[in-house]
Design a protein around this ligand. Structure first.
Ligand code: GDP
Ligand code: CA
Length: 322
């Protein structure tokens, strides 16, 4: 099942949808590469082990993603979830699980129940989707990202799973803190540190710095590995003109003390970056970022409207390695 790898794969650190778009570009520009994916979003619902970011990356690389909806499978239907809601009044049906997507969760959960690690189950899944890149979860240990919230109506304080905050509550609560306690004690998945140590380039995908990348960087040893090879680390800003291109990164960055700009996103990786790629629409921020963070800043189009844009961006990011 495990592919024989070049020892010197490029490594990309990835969230879900933003990362998936970028990785399609990387795939057309590079031969073999390794992706380390956030699993802080993972959640068990209906007894099924759901890995939203791993699945977004797998679906994108397989060309099975839905580019319009932005998440999930193309040609998806939601009959099972509709039935769970309407007939069974399921308390867990707040999460939208497409029918094709459910097959993925059944396949993964079955492997895990029979003793596979998440790393093994992920490799099997990627294999079934015909993906040649190596896709590694950040950890085989459960590492749910938790969010400390304040209900805007009642003022009640709660600590909830990231997905509950994001999907069930639609990010409507005020966020006091994003807690990565589980990620901090999680061990990196087998191969992650070795891949980072050997990588000629480590690319930080244009992903949510707080919800997607911070959990990966919190896992034991990963941050240290980036800091040790900082000259090979290139990040791409997910923020253009002071707003995320998609999603709700603007809700979480302030809670982490980061302004919602290409500079604020770069600060999320302070001490870890050799270079940072910002959009040409943020050209004016480049000197400030270079001065404040001591990184080389590359300026290009970072808005990936199609695979050609993504491939050009991946090529540009790789070219930032000195
Ligand atoms: P999620 O886990 O599914 O939310 O996905 P990610 O964390 O990988 O990506 C979310 C981030 O991707 C958001 O902050 C978006 O701003 C960013 N994003 C989405 N599309 C693009 C794009 O075309 N270009 C850039 N630079 N960022 C993007
Ligand atoms: Ca995610």
């Amino acid at each position: 099942m495990e592919h024989l790898r070049e020892p010197d794969d490029i490594v990309a650190l990835a969230g879900g949808v933003g990362a998936g778009k970028f990785l399609r570009g990387l795939a057309s520009d590079t031969g073999s590469f390794t992706v380390v994916v956030n699993t802080g979003d993972d959640i068990t619902l209906h007894g099924l082990h759901i890995c939203p970011d791993v699945d977004s990356v797998v679906y994108a690389l397989a060309g099975e993603h839905d580019p319009e909806r932005g998440w999930g499978r193309r040609d998806e239907t939601f009959r099972a979830t509709t039935e769970l809601r309407a007939r069974f009044d399921s308390p867990e049906a707040w999460f939208n699980l497409g029918d094709l997507d459910l097959a993925t969760h059944l396949f993964r959960t079955d492997l895990l129940r029979r003793g596979a690690t998440l790393t093994e189950a992920t490799a099997a899944l990627a294999g079934r989707f015909g993906i040649s890149a190596r896709i590694l979860p950040m950890s085989d240990d459960p590492a749910p990202t938790m969010v400390e919230t304040v209900d805007p109506d009642t003022g009640a304080h709660r600590t909830m799973h990231f997905q509950e905050y994001w999907v069930r509550r639609g990010a409507r609560d005020a966020v006091n803190a994003v807690r990565l306690d589980h990620a901090r004690v999680a061990h990196p998945a087998p191969g992650v540190l070795e891949a980072l140590a050997a990588a000629p380039a480590i690319l930080i995908c244009p992903s949510n710095p707080v919800a997607s990348l911070a959990p990966i960087l919190a896992v034991r040893g990963i941050r240290e590995e980036l800091a040790a090879h900082r000259d090979r680390v290139v990040g791409i800003s997910p923020i253009v003109r002071g707003a995320p291109l998609r999603g709700m990164a603007d809700k979480l960055m302030p809670a982490a003390g980061l302004e919602v700009t290409a500079l604020g996103a770069a600060r999320a990786y302070e001490g870890l970056l050799g270079a940072w790629v910002v959009d040409e629409r943020d050209r004016d921020l480049a000197p400030l970022i270079e001065r404040e963070l001591g990184v080389r800043v590359g300026i290009t189009n970072t808005i990936m409207s199609d695979d050609d844009d993504a491939a050009a961006l991946a090529r540009f990011a790789r070219g930032m390695i000195a």
